[in-house]
Design a protein around this ligand. Sequence first.
Ligand SMILES: Cc1cc2nc3c(=O)[nH]c(=O)nc-3n(C[C@H](O)[C@H](O)[C@H](O)COP(=O)(O)OP(=O)(O)OC[C@H]3O[C@@H](n4cnc5c(N)ncnc54)[C@H](O)[C@@H]3O)c2cc1C
Length: 592
Amino acid sequence: MANALLSDELVAFLLDDVIQLDRVLALPAFAGHSRETCDLFLGAARRLAREILFPAYGEMNRELPRFEGGRVQLHPRGRALYRQVVELGLLSASRPEAVGGAMLPMTVTAVATAYVMAANLGIQGLAGLTTGAARLIESFGDRDLRERFMRKMYAGEWTGTMALTEPQAGSSLSDVRTRATPAADGSYRIAGTKVFISGGEQDLSENIVHLTLARIDGAPPGIKGVSLFAIPKLREEEGRLVPNDVACTGVFKKIGWKALPSVQLTFGEAGDCHGWLVGEPHRGIAHMFQMMNDARLMVGLNGIASASVAYHESLAYALDRPQGRPLSARDPRAPQVPIIQHADVRRMLLRQKAIVEGGLGLLLRAAALTDLAEHATDETTRRESALLLDLLIPIGKTFPAEYGFESNTLAIQVHGGYGYTSEFLVESWWRDQKLNSIHEGTSGIQAMDLLGRKAVAAGGEPLRLFAAAVRSTLAEAETDLGEHGEALGRALDDLVATTGELAQRGLRGDAEAMLRHAADYMDAFSVLAVAWELLAQAIAARRATGRPAAFREGKRRACDYWFRTDLPHVAVTLARIRSGETSFAEAPVDCF
Ligand SMILES: Cc1cc2nc3c(=O)[nH]c(=O)nc-3n(C[C@H](O)[C@H](O)[C@H](O)COP(=O)(O)OP(=O)(O)OC[C@H]3O[C@@H](n4cnc5c(N)ncnc54)[C@H](O)[C@@H]3O)c2cc1C
């Protein structure tokens, strides 16, 4: 059975019956599109993902790119595959026509991207980084930068990177040291070292534009002294591209995402690295943060895509692999049964299904909120969508990374011993998945962002909006789903009360007591948010009488499973948070 990567039935159900894409398409900004044009785009993305990108994934993710003489050579198939992703129009699909885009809703491009991610993460990574870098120039660059860099990036001629991290500045970007010295021609001379820069060197595009954080000479210390620069690998001089003193000084030996090199870059060894300021001086982090929601949404999608493709692989294996007999079977000569017949294997499959489908629901909700926040016609909807989106983004990034990793582990477990070999792809997605809890802000940093900023922002309004949205779903959960509705309502009250209590600790100036259990808070909030998604899906499935009976049954089973297995933990976790227990936080360093 060919791996579907993502279930088409699920995607159609989420778009039509849960998110209601028609509401998004009704916005004037998307007047150029209809459900048919969206389907054409999604169909093309699916075909590319399934027929071209996925068959190349295994061999591309086996070996690291070659590094010789400062040059990185990608897998030989990389160039042609990347070209096809460009031709699909994925790089600028959600951008306005004025910058070469197709102005499709993010709700649709997120789905298309998820198929491509599930098929071949490395190739999509290069495309995603290029889009992210081009968007920074689109939003904050002047006309000259947009003409010189952004257009070529969206067109797929040049690629882009996000060059933030330095050896001493990973989670703490306020410690960036790369220097930018003003030059007479209005540009800057850049000097410094960046590490882990994905796509920072490769041989498939003519040029690479690094969107880089650096500190202008004399800038104030800390976050308020960091600026954003566009630094090309090759710069234009008299109509020619010449080297810009950007050296690739190493390739990291990563355990996954092997098709996409992550490299160390040294700027300005010869004092001749030219960079151009993007946006305002000293506002580099603020500019970056404006793009963070999109970037984190993409990492969340990576997580769900890696979990989804592995889920489908393990489902096919479980249907096919004969082993053992039912507990009730007495005759040892009776034929073995496929392992899906064993309850414990069905547990592992249903858990993966719940994580993938609940997580995808959450991310598509976030994508729809992005569309509403940017394009709704009334101010209140734009504002409330933006507030709710801000709250959901750290969860949409962290749940897929953390629970996705568990899901990928289960996919290996379903394969038994074969899953532990590199002959089967499940181990490869597991290695890919691990990165998602590290890049774009580690899970620990996301948890502090959720509790320390997002949940208590704007006088608690985002949390009130979240609670109102959940309660409107509860109102539809009567009859056979009423028991779940009541349980979710209790968990929600508990979460809101706990947040209030923690906020009080913060207001008293005790940030330590407020944030000590931020990771637990993230976990409880994530489980609750996914319970909400799975309940909304079960409610929608009840109504969707045109969908296959087995699909609707699957929605109900995933919801029942989550509500009976995971949701009950929320009360326990919240009680622990409120108790302020100090086992790890106050453990003296020398006791480890
Ligand atoms: C494969 C790969 C690709 C990458 N691609 C890019 C890229 O393209 N561009 C780019 O700029 N960067 C990239 N990165 C870098 C990535 O974003 C950083 O690794 C990440 O931000 C963490 O920084 P760090 O590695 O320095 O870890 P650290 O910041 O040292 O963190 C180590 C641990 O300490 C915890 N920690 C740190 N500070 C705190 C705190 N204040 N409170 C509580 N806990 C804390 C973290 O949560 C983590 O668990 C990539 C990394 C990898 C591995």
